[in-house]
Design a protein around this ligand. Structure first.
Ligand SMILES: Cc1cc2nc3c(=O)[nH]c(=O)nc-3n(C[C@H](O)[C@H](O)[C@H](O)COP(=O)(O)OP(=O)(O)OC[C@H]3O[C@@H](n4cnc5c(N)ncnc54)[C@H](O)[C@@H]3O)c2cc1C
Length: 475
């Protein structure tokens, strides 16, 4: 483990203050608590200080200083990550570097369809900036009001539009990164084509802050759809949902932008805990799909979706569907979907899995995994939901009604083993979009190709030989 033995705490704090200004070095527990606490209370960290640089130059000086004294550094964006990678757990010597003051949109180019921005810009602001020039930035997830682009890049975030636009990696043209030794890599390329060697930006995307601190990025924008139509669709099973996916894809191609699955029990949680939530349909169904079609033709989306649903209805694939008839209704459908993580907390302990399997195997995976966790923990309430169109299910399991939540959560690792074993056996991944972080670090050697792991260690060693950036994360 790295330590900063050669600097006393007052000296360290003075050096940090000289770089970012005393106001931006936080040590009072009242100020540091929100940075050190993970929102679900799964992780609580410790650090010598929270440091809030206000410029790229300050980040460079911070890293050069940390590297000189081998001080562990944990980068943090919006602190919405779900695997504990942004929290300095067991690192009392660490400094936590919060990037949220780097929040300038540097340039928007509606002709080249790019936006160049600081790493601390909140995702929702990026969407709004794109909207202001009649463009779309498609990354969209439940935490978008708090998470920031540097965090999205470092986790290669997915969300609800991956089906049509890809994940954050696919949305990135260039990066600016401060390396662990304080050097700046200016890779802010706007090029769509550039075959001049290794794709370095890809190394930092999804690296969870272990290889460098991302300070800026060039991201892709897209033409805004001229019409969108969304529907909540009630159906009997995930098998029917898969058939529906195939039908809608056949008819709409890349115009299908969202295809999410939700079990009835999770909708019940939302209806119980969210005063504004409304059941989108009159009768209950065991499963729901939230689907959206986006079209470049004004008035193109709704008729297309209606045609798909009519065919699915005639073929007995679906029981009912509620179509959005206004933007407000469309937004309320999506708000309901976005609340699906939060409402689980209100039902007590919840053991989580973020797995993916090949798309055609999702329904079989759900059958097997639901049966397995019910056998493992009788009375537990599986509420698997999420990005069916990407083969990515948030396979979450709520505690039995009235059970002791701590006793239930004590089975976290054992239940993970049950679910992960099924996913891996089906050719899947134990982390589809949230990353490895601290939460799944111990699991990685069991599922990752040994040659891949060895290459990852070599890359880490080459870029961060002192191991100061986010120690204990991924590797
Ligand atoms: C309600 C809710 C819904 C969510 N839905 C989704 C979803 O649909 N899809 C999805 O993929 N995720 C989802 N997430 C997880 C989370 O929002 C994403 O992982 C997000 O990308 C994290 O961004 P952040 O700014 O909060 O990063 P943080 O949590 O602060 O950090 C995440 C990781 O990035 C590193 N990091 C942060 N900034 C930098 C930087 N500038 N340079 C280098 N490393 C950095 C941190 O060290 C850490 O490893 C959800 C979370 C919540 C709370």
């Amino acid at each position: 483990m790295v330590t900063s033995k050669t600097l006393s705490t007052p000296d360290l704090l003075a050096r940090l203050a000289a770089i970012v200004g005393p106001r931006h070095v936080l040590t009072d527990p009242a100020d540091t608590h929100s940075y050190l606490r993970e929102w679900r209370d799964l992780f609580m960290g410790e650090a010598q200080a929270i440091v809030r640089p206000g410029s790229v130059d300050e980040v460079m000086r911070l890293m050069a200083f940390a590297n000189e004294y081998a001080i562990p550094v944990v980068p943090q964006g919006g602190n919405t990550g779900l695997v504990g990678a942004q929290i300095p757990v067991g690192l009392p010597n660490a400094i936590l570097v919060s990037l949220t003051r780097l929040d300038t949109v540097r340039a928007v180019d509606p002709v080249g369809n790019t936006i160049t921005l600081d790493a601390g810009v909140i995702l929702q602001k990026v969407q709004e900036e794109a909207d202001a020039v009649d463009r779309l930035f498609p990354l969209s997830l439940g935490a978008q009001g708090s998470c920031v682009i540097g965090g999205n890049l470092s986790t290669n975030a997915g969300g609800i539009a991956v089906l049509a636009y890809g994940n954050t990696r696919d949305l990135t043209l260039g990066l600016e990164v401060v390396l662990p030794d304080g050097r700046l890599w200016n890779g802010l390329s706007q090029l769509r084509k550039d075959n001049t060697g290794y794709d370095l930006k890809s190394l930092f995307i999804g690296a969870e802050g272990t290889l460098g601190i991302i300070t800026g990025a060039v991201l892709k924008l897209f033409p805004k759809p001229r019409s969108q139509a969304a529907a909540y669709i009630g159906l009997a099973s995930p098998h029917d949902a898969l058939q529906l996916l195939s039908l809608v894809k056949d008819k709409t191609g890349s115009q299908l932008t969202t295809f999410e699955i939700i079990p009835r029990l999770l909708l019940d949680f939302a209806l119980k805990h969210l005063p504004a939530a409304r059941d989108p349909m009159q009768s209950p169904y065991p499963w729901y799909v939230l689907a959206e079609i986006s079209s470049s033709a004004p008035d193109g989306a709704a008729p297309l979706l209606e045609t798909c649903l009519a065919e699915a209805f005639e073929g007995g694939l679906i029981g009912d569907a509620a179509l959005s008839t206004s933007l407000e209704q469309r937004n309320s459908f999506f708000r309901l979907r976005e609340e699906m993580s939060g409402v689980q907390k209100r039902e007590g302990g919840s053991i989580k899995h973020d797995v993916s399997v090949p798309v055609h195997k999702v329904a079989d995976f759900l059958d097997r995994a639901i049966a397995a966790v019910e056998a493992f923990s009788p009375g537990c309430r599986p509420v698997p939901f999420g990005h069916l169109g990407d083969g990515n299910i948030h396979f979450n399991v709520s505690q039995p009604i009235g059970a002791d939540s701590q006793a239930f959560l004590a089975h976290w690792d054992a239940m993970n083993e049950v679910v992960h074993a099924i996913a891996v056996e089906m050719g899947g991944s134990i982390s589809a979009e949230h990353g490895i972080g601290r939460l799944k670090r111990a699991l990685l050697p069991g599922v990752k190709d040994p040659v891949a792991l060895a290459m990852m260690r070599q890359i880490k060693q080459a870029l961060d030989p002192k191991g100061i950036l986010n120690p204990g994360v991924i590797l």
